[in-house]
Write a new protein. Structure first.
Length: 142
């Protein structure tokens, strides 16, 4: 299980990661990453968005979205447990203060553990590359 200081719990934190962060889609999952150092994050520094951090840089925090489209409750919980474990192993690679949201797609229900790990690694590699040059949008324009 992820330690408390590494969990996303508040709706506002999920929204920040999804709306202001970069997105990388894979066949099994979609990963949203918002770096704390981003220009939009300046106003959040004085809020209570990091309630479990006493001083210094907050650690990277992760949240998971597994909808009913993935399957029944047993399958959704299995997918969440797998994703939590995979992300926990990779938290040290993320910049301090970053927010990551991993959204499982329906295909994740039948995917083996190593395949989920491969997709997560590929998405993180893409997101952790240097920022795109020229400020070109990375999304589909939604």
């Amino acid at each position: 299980m992820l330690p408390t200081e590494n969990r996303l719990r508040r709706r506002q934190d999920f929204a920040t990661a999804v709306k202001r962060g970069r997105r990388a889609g894979r066949p099994l999952l979609v990963v949203h990453l918002h770096r704390e150092g981003a220009p939009e994050g300046g106003a959040d520094r004085n809020s209570d968005s990091h309630p479990h951090v006493a001083e210094g840089l907050p650690s990277a925090r992760a949240g998971f979205v597994v909808s009913k489209a993935v399957g029944p409750a047993v399958v959704r919980n299995l997918v969440k447990r797998r994703l939590r474990h995979l992300v926990q192993e990779r938290l040290s690679r993320l910049p301090a203060g970053s927010l990551i949201v991993v959204r499982a797609l329906p295909a994740a229900a039948t995917a083996p553990y190593p395949e989920l790990g491969h997709d997560l690694d590929a998405a993180l590699r893409r997101l952790l590359r240097s920022e795109p040059s020229g400020g070109a949008p990375t999304g589909t324009g939604r």
